[in-house]
Design a protein around this ligand. Structure first.
Ligand SMILES: Nc1ncnc2c1ncn2[C@@H]1O[C@H](COP(=O)(O)OP(=O)(O)OP(=O)(O)O)[C@@H](O)[C@H]1O
Length: 252
């Protein structure tokens, strides 16, 4: 069976500077994978190469065995990969319900027959309620999304990301700017909504990473210096030296 994501010799230069310097990584289906590394290591750039926002300078990205290198983000999305944004990407004046319904409509519009509007509308409403339930926002459904708390807005953002039914979910710093209790809330939510899916996340909070990830890749200066289980990565002397020692100390 092909892996969910396969990065093969990925490189990316901006001008003369090579930011991603030959990344090889295979992420099996159903794995929760975290990409960590110091500031400026190239995590966001790698994320943007996978999601199609930037074309790589060389190398390949495969999604479920299909070469998606150079495809536009919406095409990659149609093939089953959905990403969140670091900056919340919701419509603040629309209701929470409408935000989710819109993302479902967008995702389902292509799959449903034009002639089947009545059943489409029923399926949309049911699908919207199902997602609202998954992200614990049923009680907030009729409120304008802009009045939700920060953590609730991030939960909504995650709901929008999963709405299309993608089986590879990519989250960019999902707990950035959150308190401890908000972080716990979002970690639980991510765990629930990514059940049976593949998750790739960039995250600075080591507590979140070690809690959620099945495997971790450590990116330093555009190269993956280690990939392994949380225990393997934690014990890796190269990782300790290059990053983790300082990052874990900063937590305390
Ligand atoms: N569009 C761009 N044009 C030129 N340089 C860029 C561009 N995007 C990123 N860079 C450079 O690439 C390097 C890596 O940036 P990137 O944002 O990928 O790192 P990061 O690991 O995500 O950092 P952080 O943890 O601080 O978010 C930085 O030196 C940045 O200035």
């Amino acid at each position: 069976m092909s892996s969910a994501l396969h990065l093969d010799g990925l490189r990316k230069s901006f001008g003369k500077t090579e930011i991603i310097r030959g990344v090889n990584l295979e992420i099996p289906r159903g794995e929760r994978h975290a990409i960590i590394g110091p500031n400026g290591a190239g995590k966001s750039t790698l994320f943007n190469l996978i999601t199609g926002r930037f074309p790589p300078t060389s190398g390949k990205v495969r999604l479920h065995g299909h070469d998606v290198t150079g495809l536009a983000p919406f095409q990659i999305n149609r093939m089953g990969l959905s990403r969140s944004f670091q900056i919340t990407n919701i419509f603040p004046r629309m209701s929470v319900f409408e935000n989710v319904r819109c993302s479902l409509l967008w995702a389902q519009g292509y799959r449903y027959s034009f002639w089947n509007l009545v059943s489409r509308s029923r399926a949309l409403t049911e699908g919207t309620h199902r997602i609202l339930d998954q992200i614990n926002l049923t009680a907030r459904a009729e409120l304008p999304a802009g009045v939700l708390s920060y953590a609730e807005q991030r939960a909504l953002e995650i709901g929008i990301t999963i709405a299309g039914g993608a089986d590879v979910i990519m989250l960019d710093e999902p707990t950035a700017g959150m308190s401890h209790s908000e972080t716990d809330y979002i970690v639980d939510l991510i765990r629930t909504v990514t059940e049976d899916k593949t998750l790739v996340m960039v995250e600075h909070d080591m507590g979140v990473v070690f809690d959620l990830a099945d495997r971790i890749s450590v990116l330093v200066y555009g190269e993956i210096i280690a990939t392994g289980s949380p225990e393997q990565v934690r014990a890796n002397p190269r990782v300790q030296e290059a990053y983790l020692g300082a990052a874990l100390e900063a937590e305390h």
